[in-house]
Design a protein around this ligand. Structure first.
Ligand code: RB5
Length: 366
């Protein structure tokens, strides 16, 4: 599931209550803390005084995700651990501990001793080699996609390779560590870090200052991610569709498989259908050699309406009549050109409510 953590850095104290009420359905609230020295400013940020967080916590139930851009995380984290409720995450910078000689393991241990999830933040210029040995003890890694402390920067696209590299390191070790990305992210480019493998997105002005959408709408749109899955027979078509979605700026989560080695298609139907039923994604796509086996498995789940399609018309009607929440294609039976057309037809067609009665019947016991 992709989580959204709106950042409050742009607000003054007097604006906080109003701002947090607009993001009551966010997954986390990102709290930027600077001590006035670590990122080279001359003045500490608003939330360096944790009393300022009272206005946030009094007006919101969303858990806090505190990002410490400070020279002495070991001492400063105590102020945030004393909050009630406690933050869900506290992140600190590996660059801070490297500079001061503080042991990052001691900081992580102290954060965890308060029942808070520890995270480490990594600046754009810092290599992942610096945190490799710490991964096992972390719940999250925060990859900065701008240089912290300098205003008005755009997303540094080099971070994409870092996200991919970090995801590889996490998967290789079989860990559940989340990847958070922060800096220059807005609705228009959120698909880039998500498609590279980000789990948690931080965005400030991108959420609160969008020209056309309210903060609530931006969050919903940022979370509207398509979940993909295939077996080996569908792998190549899935890859082509992934590239197509990248080009169109559409966010996806790829549940595998990741190569052409023989695997069992029911497992990949499960990987896509379960999170849809858990509400983590609204729509998915599945691919196997013919699309048949994987759609049979998907349709064993009540609430999944998987449509195996072969042309634009069936793809369009799958949306219009069946409100298909999973689109299925056969990798060995579908051309890439047709697959793209079918995706477009399904993705852009609205369900016609007059068919709801029949949809209700689909999940009734036979
Ligand atoms: C795997 O070889 C193949 O059986 C599978 O991809 C699919 O076509 C099943 O329906």
């Amino acid at each position: 599931m992709v989580k959204i953590s709106p950042s409050l850095f742009q607000f003054k104290s007097s604006e906080l209550a109003r701002a947090v009420k607009k993001i009551s359905h966010a997954d986390l609230i990102h709290i930027d803390v600077t001590d006035g020295t670590f990122v080279g400013q001359d003045k500490a940020s608003l939330f360096y005084d944790p009393a300022k967080l009272k206005a946030v916590q009094a007006n919101s139930d969303v858990p806090l995700d505190v990002h410490l851009m400070v020279e002495d995380p070991l001492t400063d984290l105590e102020k945030y651990a004393a909050l009630s409720p406690r933050p869900e995450y506290i992140s600190f910078h590996i660059e801070a501990t490297t500079k001061s000689g503080q042991d990052p393991k001691a900081v992580i241990k102290k954060i965890r001793s308060y029942g808070i999830k520890p995270a480490i933040a990594v600046n754009p210029a810092t290599s992942l080699a610096e945190i490799k040995g710490l991964l096992k003890s972390l719940d999250m890694v925060l990859l900065m996609s701008v240089v912290p402390g300098l205003p008005g920067q755009s997303y540094i696209s080099d971070v994409n390779d870092k996200i991919i590299e970090l995801k590889g390191m996490i998967d290789e070790k079989g860990l559940e560590t989340l990847i958070q990305v922060d800096g220059g992210i807005k609705l228009e480019n959120v698909n880039i870090p998500i498609n590279a493998g980000a789990d948690v997105i931080v965005s400030g002005t991108g959420i609160f200052s969008h020209k056309s959408y309210s903060p609530r709408e931006v969050i919903d749109k940022m979370k509207s991610v398509i979940v993909l899955g295939s077996d080996h027979g569908g792998y190549e078509l899935k890859e082509k569709i992934r590239a197509y979605l990248d080009n169109k700026g559409i966010a996806y989560k790829d549940m595998g498989c990741y190569d052409t080695q023989s695997v069992d298609y029911p497992n990949y139907a499960d990987k896509v259908c379960k999170p849809i039923l858990a509400g983590e994604y609204k729509r998915g796509m599945l691919f196997c050699g013919t699309g048949i086996g994987i759609s049979i498995r998907a349709n064993r789940y009540n609430g999944i309406r998987a449509a195996l399609v072969h042309n634009e018309k069936t793809a369009k009607l799958a949306a219009e009549h069946n409100n298909a929440n999973v689109l299925v294609m056969g990798g060995r039976t579908t051309s890439v050109q047709m697959a793209k057309k079918m995706f477009d037809a399904w993705y852009t067609t609205k369900f016609e409510e007059r068919h709801q009665r029949r949809l209700d019947m689909l999940d009734k016991k036979c």
